[in-house]
Design a binder for this molecule. Structure first.
Ligand code: RUB
Length: 403
C-alpha cells in the first residue's frame, strides 16, 4: 500500500533549523513526542513501522515547504476525523513553529473512499444539460434568513420560472422556528412542481440539513422521504463525517451540495492553517456532489489560480471516483458571468443570491438575466452587446455594471 503524502508550508521559530522543525512535525504526528520514550524498545520495535518520514524541505516564500510521508498503516481506512488528527492535528500548535499550513495531500488508494454518488454527470442528467454542457445557474434564497416557508416558496417559484437550475438555502438557515425545515421543503417542492408544469424543467432544491451528528442522518432521510431532490451540508461546521454518512447512506438517493462556511478561518492566512485544496480532496473522498470553491470576481477573498487548482482536483480523473461539480458563489451577478466562465470554464455552477434577488424587476427577471449572461458568454458575445436585445440583462448591467 502507498503512503499518504502531505505537503506543508512552515516557518520555524528563529532558534530551530528547518530540518528540526520538519522532523518535529513528523514525529508529533506519528510515533514521537518532544523527548525519547522508554515505552519503545527492542520488543516494541514494530512501532517504527508507523514512523513518518521527511521527504524534502525546500525554501518557499518567507519559510519552507516540506513533504512528509505518513505510513498507510497509521490510518484507519474511512475514518476521516482520524486522518485529520494525523495530517492536520497537534502540529498547528507546536511552539517551535511560527506558522504552518497544510497545502496539499496525496491520498492513496484504499484511503480514498467511494466518492460522490452523482458527480457532475449525475447532476447534469437530472438537470438535462448532459449535451449542452453549459454552466449551471444556481441561486441562494435571500434574505439569508427571515422569510417564512410560504414566501421562501414564492421566491423559489420565481427563480425557477426565471430559469435557474438549482435553488439552495443559505448556510445559516436550517430548522428554525420562523421557517421550519419540513414546512419549507414541502412548500418549495410544491412551488417547483408548479414551475415544472409550466416550463417543463425540474429545478433542484438543496435543503440545508446541517445539524448535530446525533440527528443529521434522520433529518436527511426524512427530507428525502418528503420529496427533497438535493440536500445541502455545511461541511466544516458539521464535519466531513456528516457528508460521508449521508453519501454512504443508500436511503439518501439525491445529490449532496456542500457549503464550506467557516473555511476562511483555515484557508485565509497564506502562512498558517489549511488550504482549500486538501479540504476539497477530502470532500470528494467523502462523497459531496457539489462543492463551493470560490470565484474569480466575487465578494469573498481568494485567488483565481487557487480556485483553478482546487477545481481541477475535484474534476480530474480518479478511477471510479466521480468528479465533483465546483460551485462559484459569493457576490456574483450577471455582469460577472463572462469573467467567471472565461477563467473557470463551463463545468461550473454559477450561483447568485443578491445578484438575482436584487434585480430591479425582481427574482424571475434576475434569474433570466443570469441565464442570458451565460448564453452570451457561450455564444462568445459580450454581455453589453447581448443586453441590447435582452432587457433583463440590460437592467442588471445598468444596476451592477460588468467586469
Ligand atoms: C452568496 C453567499 C454564499 C457565499 C459563500 O450570496 O453568501 O454563502 O457564496 O462563499 P450572494 P463561498 O450571491 O448574495 O453573495 O462560496 O466562497 O464559500
Amino acid at each position: 500500500m502507498k503512503d499518504l503524502i502531505a505537503t506543508y508550508y512552515f516557518k520555524p521559530k528563529s532558534d530551530v533549523t528547518p530540518e528540526f522543525a520538519a522532523q518535529a512535525i513528523c514525529e508529533e504526528q506519528t510515533t514521537g513526542t518532544w523527548t525519547d520514550l522508554k515505552t519503545v524498545n527492542d520488543q516494541t520495535s514494530y512501532v517504527h513501522a508507523l514512523d513518518g518520514e521527511v521527504l524534502e524541505i525546500v525554501p518557499s516564500a518567507n519559510g519552507f515547504q516540506t513533504k512528509l510521508s505518513f505510513p498507510y498503516e497509521i490510518f484507519e481506512p474511512g475514518n476521516i476525523p482520524q486522518y485529520l488528527s494525523v495530517i492536520a492535528g497537534n502540529l498547528f500548535g507546536l511552539g517551535k513553529l511560527e506558522s504552518v499550513r497544510l497545502l496539499d495531500i496525496d491520498i492513496p488508494k484504499g484511503l480514498d473512499g467511494h466518492g460522490p454518488k452523482f458527480g457532475i454527470e449525475g447532476v447534469r442528467k437530472l438537470v438535462g444539460t448532459e449535451k449542452s454542457r453549459r454552466p449551471h445557474v444556481g441561486t441562494i434564497i435571500k434574505p439569508k434568513v427571515g422569510l417564512n416557508p410560504k414566501d421562501t416558496a414564492e421566491v423559489a417559484y420565481q427563480a425557477a420560472i426565471g430559469g435557474v437550475d438549482l435553488i439552495k438555502d443559505d448556510e445559516t438557515l436550517t430548522d428554525q422556528k420562523f421557517c421550519p425545515l419540513y414546512s419549507r421543503l414541502n412548500a418549495v417542492m410544491d412551488a417547483l412542481d408548479r414551475a415544472r408544469d409550466e416550463t417543463g424543467r425540474q429545478v433542484l432544491y438543496a435543503v440545508n440539513v446541517t445539524t448535530g451528528g446525533d440527528k443529521i442522518q434522520e433529518v436527511a432521510r426524512n427530507a428525502v422521504r418528503n420529496g427533497a431532490n438535493m440536500l445541502m451540508v455545511d461541511v466544516l461546521t458539521a464535519g466531513f463525517s456528516a457528508v460521508q454518512c449521508l453519501a454512504g447512506d443508500p436511503a439518501i438517493t439525491v445529490p449532496i451540495h456542500v457549503h464550506r462556511t467557516m473555511h476562511g478561518a483555515m484557508t485565509r492566512n497564506p502562512e498558517h492553517g489549511i488550504a482549500m485544496l486538501p479540504i476539497a480532496k477530502l470532500v470528494r473522498v467523502c462523497g459531496g456532489d457539489q462543492l463551493h470553491t470560490g470565484t474569480v470576481s466575487g465578494k469573498m477573498g481568494g485567488k483565481a489560480a487557487e480556485v483553478l487548482d482546487v477545481n481541477s482536483a475535484l474534476t480530474c480523473p480518479a478511477g471510479k471516483i466521480l468528479p465533483v461539480f465546483p460551485v462559484a458563489s459569493g457576490g456574483l451577478h450577471p455582469g460577472k458571468v463572462s469573467a467567471e466562465i472565461a477563467t473557470l470554464g463551463n463545468e461550473i455552477i454559477l450561483q447568485a443570491g443578491g445578484g438575482i434577488h436584487g434585480h430591479p424587476d425582481g427574482t424571475a427577471a434576475g434569474a433570466r438575466a443570469m441565464r442570458q449572461a451565460v448564453d452570451a458568454a457561450i455564444e462568445g458575445v459580450s454581455a453589453g452587446e447581448y443586453a441590447k436585445t435582452h432587457p433583463e440583462l440590460r437592467k442588471a448591467l445598468e444596476k451592477w455594471g460588468s467586469v
